[in-house]
Design a protein around this ligand. Structure first.
Ligand code: NI
Length: 186
């Protein structure tokens, strides 16, 4: 098992735009599986390559309870957005922060698989939210970009404060708060 390090906001590398994959080969296969390992280890339900400092259009998702239904999306693209939905989101690159974001309720999207098939499908609910969140990552966008400047400012202060505390205490450990959204870290 190989896990990558996950970049954290405000790392500027999270703003890089990922490039399309032209050839799906063993290197892409390895990256995708290491991304799955990383996502499971970190307790997320979705991960984009941008978050592990790889600027390639790869997304992994697993919404299943037992973490045994991995979905690997190569060059994912949303073809249709319909309706609106407000959901509380979190992100492995923005630890311990959750907020409500408006997304399309239903989407139609396409992607390539590791065995080079092109799939076009529809999604709603959590999968639709997750696909939108992860494709945003590939375009250098974070869910907190949708928040009001006031909320973003507050988050920035919170992160600065955490950094100060971290420097003060070598034994600092982040204790996740009990939060029903912990299973929605995208
Ligand atoms: Ni995320």
């Amino acid at each position: 098992m190989t896990a990558f390090d996950v970049l954290h906001f405000p790392d500027e590398r999270l703003r890089l735009k990922a490039t399309p994959i032209r050839k799906i080969d063993s290197q892409i296969n390895d990256i995708a599986h290491n991304m799955l390992d990383t996502m499971y280890l970190e307790g997320g339900i979705g991960l984009a390559a941008t978050q592990v400092n790889i600027q390639k259009r790869i997304v992994v998702i697993d919404l299943s309870e037992n973490k045994d239904e991995p979905l690997i999306l190569i060059n994912p693209k949303i073809l249709k957005f319909e309706g609106k939905e407000n959901t509380q989101e979190g992100c492995l690159s923005v630890p311990d922060y959750f907020d409500t974001v408006e997304r399309a309720k239903n989407i139609e999207f396409c992607y390539e698989t590791l065995d080079k098939k092109t799939i076009t499908t529809k999604a709603d609910g959590l999968l639709a939210i997750c696909v939108q969140h992860e494709i945003d990552h590939l375009d250098g966008k974070l869910f907190i970009d949708y928040l009001s400047p006031l909320k973003r400012n507050r988050l920035r202060k919170k992160i600065d404060k955490q950094k100060t505390e971290l420097q003060r205490s070598k034994n600092y450990k982040s204790i996740p708060e009990e939060n029903e959204s912990l299973n929605k870290i995208l």
